[in-house]
Write a protein that binds this ligand. Sequence first.
Ligand code: NI
Length: 196
Amino acid sequence: MGASPSRLRRLALALAAVATGVAIGAAFHLLDFPAGPRVGGPFSLVDHDGRRVTEASYRGRALAVFFGFTHCPDVCPATLARMAELLDALGPDAERLQPLFVTVDPARDTPAALRDYVAHFSPRIVGLSGSDAEIAAMAKAWRAYYRAQGPARGGQDYLVDHSAFVYVMDAQGRFVGTFGPDASLEAALRLVRRAL
Ligand code: NI
């Protein structure tokens, strides 16, 4: 026995209703996660204690990722000081946030140099270094910019231009947003709390 025409019609209506529901669901999904450039992804670097780390090393914690260098005269110290304030303001919730300071100057920023540097700001901040290629790959995935103004003929005195945003990712590695050097502590806190 085949299905009667009216049964087929009911089935078609039911399938149409399901398809509409899926389309509405997809539309709301797009509203929840606005389309935009993908930020973040896998990385493999060396932490300031000399351990190889990847994104999996910090899974389960939100991340605040900043690219900079220890010889930076202004933006990096100001941003790391702001990060330390933010961690204080978060109180116990700071346990769920891992700030990462990724050097864009691995020639000078060895793990040991990074460890000394971040310790000036907060023991919770982890400095990351790696090969030129590893750092370039992470910066590309995070859409961060940097360009060394040297070193000229092997000199040790040079600056590195770099983007100055802190990238906030949630515990699943999804991009939540950025805050810049001019963001108030309150604005930075609001963004970070959305990632926790
Ligand atoms: Ni800097």
